[in-house]
Design a protein around this ligand. Structure first.
Ligand code: NAD
Length: 495
């Protein structure tokens, strides 16, 4: 099967002869090839979007909401199908894929009510009989570039908000799991979105570079690893575009001695190994404030050894990694951790999966006595590897977290409200959970990290999303009246 693009309301093939392989990670089999767009293919999609944007910006707010409501109904009715497509190309277990669809649906629902967020402000009589008001207008064509790990949720962080604000979109999904984005585009069209308002171009660096250079593309929302996010931000802004580029993460969960250790152990396992650790909000470092470490590690190990790794369609807890190359990379980190002297309390390298032996398997791995100089601590592994670092005090814990170059998510587990409040105040991280291990904000708040986890100013969805996809305009208006006559070259002031 060959997977192409979706441009101007229909599936199309491109001109490029470059192709990528798409795998079922649970069987290791190649299930399709995906076209990797050339700059010419990208141009066709951007031109279609530019034509559509001119009419869509004038579509009434009511019309836009009607389309979004219809789209919400379609995605909701077909959520199981979408989850199956995610699992078939990404590998995450079906229940997890369904959760991803649900979080995406919440952004569609937020966008259904966007007319209220697009209301401007009005000041009567800023000067005598002069009024002033603000309006927010769409940017035109915007690009969304998404990572492999959330093939539905991440496109839905941006596309519904961009469209509800009156923009046209070119979406470039990950070439590793491209099918879900095409379904979303088809369903949006079925919901009444005019041709060209949402286009999907599949591809790799060549397509991304073409989007970053295209003069019709006014803004870029990117999500992916930190080196690429930094590159997209620098190149996109140098080309005069508005860019928000969300990058990688290394999320710490701090457990204070007064925490409920069973609840903390449950949370660490869920947040560390859900989606095989391929989440930007996964917990990859557990900071145990002594004397809790021995008791906590014992509880986590007990839970981890009970996890079933296997095919996501068989009711297992944890699926495979996305590709053979990624499996090899994560495996090499486990080797490096052992070589560096960390203690592998649970070693996932010799897992027996409930699935095809050719799948990209690696079981959950728990390391104790990890130190900040080890590569398993410093690097984003993006796999099922949880590292426990032991510290002597709350201050040591917060210093450790704040020394990280990343600042996406973090959590603290404690029953001490004062300590939790202090952590929330002191920690240099964009999203904080208090006894909540994966604090992903709801659609009406905004999602985004700090430091090397986000380049740009505005976060995804919520109020920030609306600001990102619109430009503000301020109108000062006076309805002329004979009393206003007379020449006066002085600078206008309030009278
Ligand atoms: P990635 O950076 O490899 O790819 C992301 C996108 O960039 C893809 O569409 C890909 O085709 C494109 N791309 C890849 N290499 C490129 C290059 N050299 N030049 C231009 N474009 C390029 O990321 P991934 O492996 O698909 O996703 C995992 C990463 O995404 C992790 O680092 C994870 O933390 C991060 N992520 C972050 C968030 C967040 O909200 N901060 C959310 C999800 C994932």
């Amino acid at each position: 099967m060959s997977i192409g693009h979706f441009v101007d309301g229909k599936r199309v093939g491109g001109t490029s002869d470059r192709r990528g392989d798409v795998f079922d990670p649970a069987t290791g089999r190649r299930t399709a090839e995906v076209e990797l767009a050339s700059a010419a293919d990208v141009d066709v999609a951007v031109q279609a979007a530019a034509r559509a944007a001119r009419a869509w910006r004038d579509a009434s707010l009511a019309k836009r909401s009607t389309v979004l409501f219809a789209f919400r109904e379609l995605v909701h009715a077909r959520r199981d199908r979408l989850a199956e497509v995610i699992t078939a190309e990404h590998g995450k277990v079906l229940a997890d894929a369904a959760g991803e669809v649900q979080r995406g649906l919440e952004v569609i629902e937020y966008a259904c009510g966007l007319p209220s967020a697009l209301r401007g402000a009005f000041s009567e009589n800023v000067s005598t009989e002069v009024d002033s008001y603000t309006i927010r207008q769409p940017l035109g064509v915007v690009a969304v570039i998404s990572p492999f790990n959330f093939p539905v949720m991440v496109p839905l962080w941006f596309v519904p908000v961009a469209v509800a604000c009156g923009n046209a979109v070119v979406l470039k999904p990950s070439e590793k799991d491209p099918s879900a984005a095409l379904l979303l585009a088809e369903w949006f069209a079925e919901a009444g979105l005019p041709d060209g308002v949402l286009n999907v171009v599949n591809g790799d660096k060549e397509a991304v570079d073409a989007l970053l250079e295209h003069p019709e593309v006014r803004a870029v929302s990117f999500v992916g690893s930190t080196p690429i996010a930094r590159y997209v931000y620098q190149r996109g802004t140098a080309a005069g575009k508005r860019v928000q580029a969300l990058g990688g993460a290394k999320n710490h969960m701090v457990v204070l001695p007064d925490a409920d250790l069973d609840l903390a152990a449950d949370a660490a396992v869920n947040a560390g190994f859900g989606s095989a650790g391929e989440r930007c909000m996964a917990i990859s470092v557990l900071v145990a404030v002594e004397p809790v470490a021995d008791a906590l590690v014992e509880r986590i190990a007990r839970r981890v050894t009970g996890l079933r790794t296997g095919d996501g369609r068989r009711g297992c807890d944890m699926g495979p990694l996305v590709t053979a190359a990624h499996e090899a990379k994560v495996r090499s980190y486990v080797d490096a951790g052992v070589a560096a002297g960390a203690v592998p309390v649970v070693d996932g390298r010799d897992v027996t999966p409930d699935g095809d032996p050719d799948g990209f398997w690696l079981g959950p791995t728990l390391f104790d006595r990890v130190t900040p100089d080890m590569s398993i601590y410093t690097d984003e592994i993006f796999g099922p590897v949880l590292s426990v670092v032991r510290v002597g005090s709350y201050d040591e814990a917060v210093d450790l977290v704040n020394a990280s170059p990343y600042g996406n998510g973090t959590a603290i587990f404690t029953n001490d409200g004062g300590a939790a409040r202090r952590y929330q105040h002191e920690v240099e991280v964009g999203m904080v959970g208090i006894n909540v291990p994966i604090p992903v904000p709801m659609a009406y708040h905004s999602f985004g990290g700090w430091k090397s986890s986000l380049f740009g100013d505005l976060h995804a969805h919520g109020e920030d999303g609306v600001r990102f996809f619109t430009r503000g305009k301020v109108v000062t208006s006076r309805w002329l009246d004979p009393r206003h006559g007379g020449v006066n070259l002085g600078f206008p002031t309030q009278t």
